[in-house]
Write a protein that binds this ligand. Structure first.
Ligand SMILES: Cc1ncc(COP(=O)(O)O)c(C=O)c1O
Length: 390
């Protein structure tokens, strides 16, 4: 009999891809679906980045293999960008470039976590963290993000989770799925704990440029943190480049060397011409990103107001990313059931809060990477379908 590895049982997929597949099935049957499930900008990659890519494609230097952690000139440029934006000097050999930010999450947890090691994770959170920790035999210890605390990490609770087996803390600010931003005070307290207990911090900052209030703060910039931080960022969200598959990590040089081996075994390297296009993206005009963020802000206000107008629904205003995370516990149904009901009954594709962990129970996640018109239609359909449950 054929059998598969037990490691497969420990991998967790993204709920968004499952719901998208079901939504497409319904569309194939002729149903109209409003897509609020998938986390990717509905904007196109800025033209100047595409033009740059064509230019690099025509240059034979960038259509071959590159070193596993990236082309030297790209690593230098990304390091320069991080030095400028995070206010801490970074050199090229502290940068690893990968096909998407997700690859850095997986490779760094593979490089850091041994069987039985514990990793502190926010919950609800992007599912890749828990998946990678479990896959390598690590044990996740969750710190709930609580709505009444503005979805901040409860640092006192976090500290109580630390023990002799704790290896790392994962942070994600702005957060998927809550849109919450960690305050400087929280980051400082986490940095203190990480230094005291000699822990790694994986700081996922992929939404660092999609912020509506305040400014992005990175734990990487705090004293004593550079030597223990893996900072993850990428191009998927800021430049609407999800399909290009380009991300990077900033970490101590010796960790880059270990990760290089993992990347070498998995991908060999990221596309050379895509890595080079990333330089143009980082240092080119930001008009289109700013326009996109301004549009997201309008949609955020519309979706949050609209959700709060639906009897039984309560939604905080997220400060970053492009997700609304309404509380729907008043309907007395499991979130998974509600998400499926809204898809099947109302043709609104969205995610259950539990797609991001057990503390997502009682919530739904809606991506507002869709037009205002579709968002309004989705809200109208939700209002009608949810009214039937009351
Ligand atoms: C928090 C978070 N980190 C990482 C990623 C993955 O980004 P990439 O497309 O660069 O792999 C996502 C994508 O949804 C995300 O939400």
């Amino acid at each position: 009999m054929k059998s598969y590895s037990r490691g497969l049982d420990r991998l967790i997929g993204e709920g968004a891809f499952v719901v998208l597949a079901r939504a497409r099935e319904l569309e194939a049957q002729g149903r109209s679906i409003i897509h609020l499930e998938i986390g990717e900008p509905d904007f196109d990659t800025p033209q100047f980045i595409k033009d740059a890519c064509v230019k690099y494609l025509q240059d034979h230097r960038y259509t071959h293999y590159s070193p596993s952690t990236g082309l030297r000139e790209a690593r230098e440029a990304y390091a320069r960008y991080v030095s400028q934006t995070r206010g801490v000097p970074v050199s090229y050999d502290e940068v690893a470039i990968t096909p998407g930010a997700k690859a850095i999450i997986f490779a760094s947890l593979l490089a850091l976590v041994d069987i039985g090691d514990e990793v502190i994770l926010p919950n609800p959170a992007y599912p890749s963290y828990e998946s990678a920790v479990r896959f390598v035999g690590g044990i996740p210890r969750f710190v709930p993000l609580l709505e009444d605390q503005g979805f901040e990490l409860d640092v006192e609770y976090l500290k109580k989770q630390i023990n002799s087996r704790t290896k790392a803390i994962v942070l994600n600010s702005p957060s998927n799925p809550t849109g919450g931003i960690l305050s400087e005070e929280t980051l400082k307290a986490i940095a203190e704990a990480a230094i005291e207990h000699d822990l790694w911090v994986l700081s996922d900052e992929i939404y660092s440029e999609i912020i509506y209030e305040g400014v992005h703060k990175s734990i990487l910039s705090l004293p004593g943190m550079k030597e223990r931080t893996v900072m993850v960022d990428g191009f998927s969200k800021t430049f609407a480049m999800t399909g290009w598959r380009l991300g990077y990590g900033v970490m101590p040089k010796d960790l880059v060397e270990h990760i290089s081996l993992i990347l070498n075994n998995m991908f060999s390297c990221a596309n050379g011409f895509v890595q080079m296009s990333g330089i143009d993206a980082l240092f080119g005009p930001r008009d289109e990103t700013l326009k996109m963020v301004a549009e997201f802000k309008k949609r955020r206000d519309a979706i949050v107001d609209g959700l709060n107008d639906i009897p039984g629904v309560r939604c905080r205003k997220p400060s970053g990313a492009f997700y609304a995370f309404p509380n729907v516990s008043s309907f007395g149904k499991p979130s998974k059931w509600l998400a499926r009901y809204l898809l099947d009954e109302a043709g609104v594709a969205l995610l259950s809060g539990t797609d991001f962990g057990e503390f997502g129970e009682g919530y739904l996640r809606l991506s507002y990477a869709n037009s205002l018109e579709n968002i309004q239609e989705g809200l109208k359909r939700m209002r009608e379908a949810l009214a039937k449950l009351r």
